[in-house]
Design a protein around this ligand. Structure first.
Ligand SMILES: [Zn+2]
Length: 108
């Protein structure tokens, strides 16, 4: 796992730039190689599709486009804002992420 990318799948995040700025969402999928994240309901584009076996009528489908991971921040419930994360090692040897603003440990 990359140490640089501190955002993980299922993390609550807030969009920090672009047309969806300020939107709270959740990471549904990571694309680590490209440094991209797919977030629920963010950057959705309507795509016209031709009828096919899955969608016999064709029409318009919602397609979630990825965001650059730098365009989102972890959303800390305690701070009620997007925060930077740090990583520390507990006495048990477990590596956990924590909020750099309030110190709350994220990985329990
Ligand atoms: Zn916090």
């Amino acid at each position: 796992m990359s140490v640089k990318l501190k955002i993980k799948k299922d993390d609550p995040v807030i969009v920090t730039t672009g047309k969806d700025k300020g939107q709270k969402t959740k990471v549904v999928k990571m694309d680590r190689d490209g440094g991209k994240v797919f977030c629920e309901g963010v950057n959705v584009s309507k795509k016209h599709v031709k009828p096919n076996q899955f969608n016999p009528d064709g029409g318009i489908v919602d397609k979630t486009m990825p965001l650059a991971v730098s365009n989102v921040m972890y959303y800390c419930e305690k701070c009620s804002k997007g925060v930077k994360l740090g990583i520390k090692v507990l006495e048990s040897g477990k590596k956990v992420r924590f909020c750099r603003s309030c110190g709350e440990i994220i990985d329990k």
